[in-house]
Design a protein around this ligand. Sequence first.
Ligand code: SF4
Ligand code: SF4
Length: 112
Amino acid sequence: MSRNALVINYEYCSGCHTCEVACQVEHDLPEGQFGIKIHQDGPRQLENGKWEYNYIPVPTSLCDLCADRVAEGRLPKCVHHCQAGIMFYGTVEEMAEVMDEKPNSAMFTPKV
Ligand code: SF4
Ligand code: SF4
């Protein structure tokens, strides 16, 4: 049986925290607990004087890939709400294809 996975394309993450909040609401997590956490890299000043920020969302050990939602045929909550459209869900094989198309991405599978 094929395992499912989440892929996040870091190149276009705006750091909006929508996935973080959507996950907390979906799983009724208390303040300070996260199923996905946004890490910030920077700011750092580039040679041209502009400031660079990078945002890196990383699922935690609390992420179950929204097992209840996907059992009902729905997308994981974070994927559904990501405003930049940079989160993807499917089989490991499908997600490997997404990663081929989007080099700055990472794949996550549930810890269970
Ligand atoms: S897949 Fe579900 S549990 Fe995992 S980070 Fe996204 S919203 Fe949270
Ligand atoms: S919802 Fe999408 S754009 Fe916003 S922080 Fe999460 S992954 Fe990044």
